[in-house]
Design a binder for this molecule. Structure first.
Ligand SMILES: [Zn+2]
Length: 99
């Protein structure tokens, strides 16, 4: 049976670029170990094993449902991290790019 190794919540990754900060949206994902032995990352838009092509939709949905029932709602800080950037004293200092 495939097993769930790690669950990663949806979040923004912040990258420092020369022109400013770039916020990249990362969808919620689940790292699993497939029956074929390959570790593969599943998201709602990518539910098959990278190695053997096996469909893991059911496993993904189960993992996501379990996670949702056990955590609280995302806070304002997770949803809008740029509002809390420490060096951002200027209120107009919004990120230059969302990806
Ligand atoms: Zn596989």
């Amino acid at each position: 049976m495939p097993k769930v190794l790690e669950h990663v919540d949806a979040r923004y990754d912040i990258e420092e670029m020369q022109l400013g900060k770039v916020y990249k949206w990362r969808p919620e994902s689940v790292l699993i170990e497939c029956e074929c032995g390959q570790s593969t990352t599943l998201t709602v838009s990518e539910t098959t094993c990278e190695e053997c092509g096996k469909e893991h939709m059911a496993l993904l949905q189960e993992a996501l449902a379990e996670q949702r029932s056990s955590r609280q709602c995302l806070g304002e800080e997770e949803l809008h991290p740029w509002r809390y950037a420490e060096e951002s004293e200027d209120e107009d200092d919004d990120p230059i790019l969302w990806v």
